[in-house]
Design a protein around this ligand. Structure first.
Ligand SMILES: C[S@@+](CC[C@H](N)C(=O)[O-])C[C@H]1O[C@@H](n2cnc3c(N)ncnc32)[C@H](O)[C@@H]1O
Length: 332
């Protein structure tokens, strides 16, 4: 079995756990770090800024959280909860009559995709008729897309029946796929000129098996020479956090857990920065025009219950970013 197939098999198996952990509205990593970063990187792609219908594609959507966010953020306020004009309040006949007209009138058209059919099933459930989401989020469309398969991308190439995308997202899944070549080749064929792709991953410098988190307890003494009683000279005790790398250019694929107690480990694929960006930039049609390294602030870490219980938690290492976000724009 190919390593991609094995990786996807694990994602299918852990899909229920992932769905439970992420839920409708996302976990602390999503809400505190990822969503605000995406809001900045996609600010210019909103309908209110573009002044036209926006087409968006979500690659590796997971339980659909990111596609639901794209729908609400690009098209409106960025809020999730449902209510208001629910589909189930409208007659079936009216829904059918209006389907085509609504497709044209929609402010934002988002397609959610994933390589795992099981995961996609989870995402579909969140868009089901009675799901507690907005009518726009229930109108998401879904399709299987294995990001390592050149063939899977072809149906999303711009064509008379498929408008070019203004915004494409692959949130926290860049490190989940063994090759980025098919995605990099497909992006210029899927994006409108001026359209953007935002990708994100675990930070390839600070979050790999070759990077260790260190913790030192440092007693700072006031060094008074010749004094016998030093007890009053002890001025402070501090905890110093640092990292040590013993590998970066060549880190073999590894398996790990995204949350404590996860039943099966998923695969991760490392790329040093020149490989990560090189694959997208080599064609000359995409330009890197946004980059962020989100992390918790010391204040956020201090207020977080899990971080204060576990001194070793990555959240406490506020100098070393957990995620890397980048935006590519199609320039020609
Ligand atoms: C860490 S989750 C991210 C989900 C979502 N983007 C989010 O931020 O909540 C990674 C996702 O990548 C998907 N995935 C793994 N390998 C893939 C592949 N080859 N093609 C497409 N999706 C893949 C998994 O099924 C999973 O849904």
């Amino acid at each position: 079995m190919s390593i991609n197939k094995s990786a996807l098999e694990v994602w299918s198996e852990i899909a229920p756990e992932w769905d439970t952990g992420v839920g409708r509205d996302g976990n602390v990593y999503w809400n505190v770090l990822q969503k605000p970063t995406l809001e900045r990187l996609f600010a210019d792609s909103r309908v209110s800024v573009c002044g036209k219908q926006v087409h968006a594609l979500d690659i590796s959507t997971g339980n659909g959280l990111t596609a639901r966010w794209l729908t609400s953020y690009l098209g409106g306020t960025g809020e999730y909860a449902g209510g208001g004009d629910r589909d189930d309040e409208r007659s079936e006949v009216k829904i059918k009559e209006n389907d085509q007209r609504e497709e044209k009138e929609k402010k934002v058209v988002v397609t959610a995709t994933d390589g795992s059919e099981v995961m996609l099933g989870r995402a579909r459930t969140w868009a089901a008729e009675h799901a507690d989401v907005t009518p726009e989020q229930r109108a998401l469309t879904f399709a299987k897309l294995d990001a390592t398969s050149p063939d899977d991308f072809t149906k999303f190439y711009a064509s008379p029946s498929q408008p070019a995308f203004d915004a494409i997202l692959m949130n926290m899944a860049i490190m989940d796929v063994p090759t980025l070549e098919p995605l990099a080749a497909a992006l210029p064929r899927m994006l409108a000129v001026g359209g953007v792709f935002v990708g994100s991953l675990l930070h390839p410098v600070f979050i790999t098996p070759r990077t260790r988190r260190l913790l030192e307890v440092v007693h700072d003494y006031d060094d008074l020479e010749g004094q016998d009683d030093r007890s009053e000279a002890l001025t402070s005790t501090t905890i110093k956090r640092s990292v040590r790398l013993d590998g970066y250019l060549n880190v073999a694929p590894w398996r790990g857990f995204a949350w404590p107690g996860q039943s099966r480990a998923q695969y991760y694929f490392h790329r040093p920065l020149h490989e990560l960006f090189g694959v997208f930039l080599k064609g000359g049609q995409l330009a890197l025009d946004g980059i962020e390294e989100p992390n918790f602030t010391p204040e956020q870490a201090a207020a977080d219950a899990t971080a204060s219980k576990r001194v070793e938690a990555s959240k406490n290492y506020t100098e070393f970013p957990i995620f890397l976000y980048f935006r590519l724009r199609r320039i020609k």
